[in-house]
Design a binder for this molecule. Structure first.
Ligand code: DXP
Ligand SMILES: NCC(=O)COP(=O)(O)O
Length: 253
């Protein structure tokens, strides 16, 4: 059954289509088409589509963002570095959401959260420029109180907590990271922020994060693209959304 779920359901799933573009770019073909993936993901239960226009354009291209924006039925969450080029581009596209993320050319994937406290003036300028275009801004940060204080101080209404260390660890270290994230969620909500989470989440580690009732949205990409190789794209999206919702319902009953 394909259906569109209204955004703002029990817990929102943002499907990140970056690595559909990685597969496309591997051979320089036009397929698999990230735009088709986004529209099918919406039909399969995605509450928003996340895509990261990196400075090096290693996966998502400018043309992908431009083509997708008018076709989305849910909403676009555009991830971008805090550079004038990216902020100006985002202001031309005017997605519902922009998530400001740190970027290093040499990184394989995002390695940590944005240092909002240490780059306060630059981040504040970017946030104000985006907000002037009616764009809701989220900041991709570690579960760190100083970063959340800085986020609230400069007026961004949303944070996305980096779950990479939780995803990359196990045992006691992972349990400690989960507790740190949980404390961070509560602190962020206490500061009046909408709290999302993402990075490295997959079908067997998402449950503990989705069970945190104050989390509004999870952004998940790599694991969904990987799983789709075996079960198909729409099934991979449906399965992730079903796990998130059933975990949340089970947690709140
Ligand atoms: C910010 C974040 O964790 C991801 O959304 C980001 O897109 C990861 O970078 P890649 O998609 O290039 O792996
Ligand atoms: N911000 C996290 C995101 O969009 C997807 O990250 P991942 O699931 O590809 O690691």
């Amino acid at each position: 059954m394909s259906f569109l779920q209204p955004s703002g359901t029990i817990i929102d799933l943002g499907v990140n289509i970056d690595h559909v573009a990685t597969l496309r770019n591997a051979r320089g073909t036009k397929y698999p088409d990230p735009i088709r993936a986004a529209l099918l993901a919406e039909q399969a239960g995605a509450d928003c589509i996340t895509l990261h226009l990196r400075e090096d354009r290693r996966h998502i291209k400018d043309a992908d963002v431009i083509a997708l924006a008018p076709q989305l039925i849910t909403r676009m969450n555009l991830e971008a570095a805090v550079t004038q080029e990216m902020i100006d581009f985002a202001c031309r596209i005017k997605p519902a959401d922009v998530c400001l993320v740190p970027e290093k050319r040499t990184e394989v994937t995002t390695e940590g959260g944005l240092d909002v406290a240490g780059n306060f003036n630059a981040v504040e300028r970017a946030v104000k420029q985006l907000q002037a275009e009616g764009i809701r801004v989220s900041l991709f940060i570690d579960a760190d109180e100083a970063q959340m204080d800085a986020t609230a101080a400069l007026g961004a209404p949303v944070i996305e907590l980096h779950t990479g260390r939780y995803a990359d660890t196990e045992g006691a270290e992972q349990a400690a990271e989960l507790e740190r994230i949980h404390r961070g969620v509560l602190y962020g909500v206490g500061k009046g922020l909408k709290v999302n989470a993402g990075h490295g989440l997959h079908y067997t580690n998402v449950q503990a994060i989705a069970a945190i009732p104050e989390i509004a949205e999870l952004n998940i990409g790599h694991a969904i693209v990987a799983h789709s190789v075996f079960v198909g794209w729409e099934n991979a999206v449906r399965e992730m959304k079903a796990i998130m919702v059933s975990t949340r319902i089970g947690r709140t009953l």
